[in-house]
Design a protein around this ligand. Structure first.
Ligand SMILES: NC(=O)C1=CN([C@@H]2O[C@H](COP(=O)(O)OP(=O)(O)OC[C@H]3O[C@@H](n4cnc5c(N)ncnc54)[C@H](OP(=O)(O)O)[C@@H]3O)[C@@H](O)[C@H]2O)C=CC1
Ligand SMILES: C[C@H]1O[C@H](OP(=O)(O)OP(=O)(O)OC[C@H]2O[C@@H](n3cnc4c(=O)[nH]c(N)nc43)[C@H](O)[C@@H]2O)[C@@H](O)[C@@H](O)C1=O
Length: 319
């Protein structure tokens, strides 16, 4: 088990994942957590990152900082999704390696796997075929992070490990309708339509793709598990091992919100990967499994959304 007084730096500590990890580590008794906002420390700046890591000398770094977005944001800003994520992760990984960080936990994404790989996706399918075009830029950055951590393990025998989350959702998610992922977008769209007299809701694509969803509080527990245990391999899928169609997700969220209007599917918008269900057995055998079922997680997230309407309006909804 990791000493609870160890200094742990959570990069991206204000994000949906980073803030959940901070809460989960505090709940697990860790007393020496540090974080910097992007205004305080731009992780794209290699000199600033090296200066920070060499001064603070954290024992553990959890990289939950990235340029993150849904299918449209990825498709519209390929250069930023490639370059900013390469800069952020490479600066952190290299500074961690050079300044004696004991454990590095890198967060990738299930989109690193080939578009048409067999389902469910096993870790060994990485780099066996071509990627989904709408997010290949982000995927290539994430694959680079996975390989950088694997190289450090292989060459220097350090505890650098990569966790591949499936689609995540929960409190402090991004609810901006242009850049967000599907689940928060649907919660906001159905809520606002209900408030407007159950007007029709327009969703993207055909509704036929399938997606796996993990509540961010479960994801945070997986990170705490990785902090407290030396995992034998370099790469682990983190998910529920279950998926739903986007249409089923829409109907579930529509019922939770209580919207009774029409759903319109905009076929001009991309579907993306038809399916990306992950095989989560490797982490399960290592000792961790999810707890929060999708319906319960959606209800919890909608409650959080309703309680944070005003704050969200100032910060994220307004984008
Ligand atoms: N959301 C999802 O469905 C999934 C997310 N992931 C991965 O999980 C991690 C966290 O994602 P999530 O929490 O959703 O993302 P968020 O957008 O909620 O948070 C990202 C964080 O990164 C920080 N950040 C971004 N750019 C910079 C920069 N240049 N310098 C410093 N900090 C920066 C932001 O800091 P600040 O707030 O201070 O600006 C923000 O807090 C990412 O690695 C992502 O790839 C993986 C799979 C699915
Ligand atoms: C986590 C994961 O997230 C991204 O990949 P994605 O899963 O395809 O992203 P998404 O959540 O935005 O869409 C899932 C599906 O949902 C459909 N959809 C319907 N209506 C809305 C809608 O209103 N908004 C959005 N965003 N999607 C919608 C949408 O058309 C698509 O078929 C990448 O970052 C990728 O790199 C990655 O890692």
């Amino acid at each position: 088990m990791m000493d609870k007084k160890s200094k742990i730096y959570i990069a991206g500590h204000r994000g949906m994942v980073g803030s959940a990890v901070w809460r989960a580590l505090e709940a697990d008794g860790f007393t020496n957590l540090i974080g910097k906002t992007s205004a305080e420390l731009d992780l794209r700046d290699q000199v600033a990152v090296t200066q920070f890591i060499s001064t603070e000398k954290p024992v553990v770094i959890i990289d939950a900082a990235a340029r993150v977005g849904g299918i449209l944001a990825n498709n519209d800003y390929p250069y930023q999704f490639l370059m900013e994520n390469l800069q952020i992760q490479n600066n952190l990984i290299d500074a961690a390696h050079k300044h004696g960080v004991q454990k590095f936990i890198f967060l990738g994404s299930s989109c690193i796997y080939p578009k048409f790989a067999p389902q469910p996706l096993k870790e060994e399918y990485l780099l066996t075929d071509s990627l989904e075009p709408t997010n290949e830029w982000y995927a290539i950055a994430k694959i680079t992070g996975v390989k950088a951590c694997e190289a450090i393990r292989k060459q220097y025998n350090k505890d650098f490990v990569s966790l591949m989350p499936t689609n995540l959702y929960g409190s402090y998610d991004n609810f901006d309708l242009k850049t967000s992922h599907v689940l928060p977008a649907m919660l906001r769209k159905f809520h606002e339509a209900k408030e407007n007299g159950n007007t029709a809701v327009t969703l993207w694509g055909s509704g036929t793709p399938m997606r796996e969803f993990l509540c961010v509080d479960d994801m945070a527990e997986a990170v705490v598990f990785a902090v407290n245990n030396v995992l034998p391999e370099h790469l682990y899928n983190v998910g529920t091992g279950k998926d739903v169609t986007i249409k089923e997700l829409a109907e579930t969220i529509q019922n939770v919100v209580g919207h009774t209007g029409e759903i319109i599917w905009d076929s001009e918008k991309p579907d993306g990967t038809p399916r990306k269900l992950m095989d989560v057995s490797k982490l399960k055998h290592a000792g961790w499994a999810y707890k929060i079922e999708l319906l319960e997680g959606i209800k919890q997230t909608y409650t959080w959304f309703l309680e944070n309407q005003t704050e969200l309006k100032q910060v994220k909804l307004s984008k």
